[in-house]
Design a protein. Structure first.
Length: 91
């Protein structure tokens, strides 16, 4: 499903114009992105949780040359589906 698909679904189900639906989807996604940037968890009841985890720097190697190198620390976005979503998808 794409952002356009979400806009179309809101247009059909809620009755907003396509322009209003697109604005609503953009607003919700911006709120989620801003919250994640601030390091906050985003919990959508019945859907799941988005969390930004910090990965430590670690030793690695260049796969082409085999030379050792340091892989820098980084932020990683994680999603954990809620039990309700898992039940709907699997059963």
């Amino acid at each position: 499903m794409t952002k356009t698909d979400l806009v179309e679904a809101i247009y059909e189900r809620v009755g907003l114009s396509r322009k209003e639906a697109a604005k609503a989807v953009d607003s919700v996604l911006e709120i989620i992105k801003d919250s994640l940037r601030r390091g906050e968890k985003v919990k959508i009841s019945g859907f799941g949780n988005f969390v930004v985890n910090q990965k430590r720097a670690r030793r690695g190697r260049n796969p082409q040359t085999g030379d050792p190198l340091i892989i820098g620390s980084r932020s990683v976005l994680s999603f954990k589906a809620s039990d309700i979503l898992k039940q709907r998808l699997c059963g």
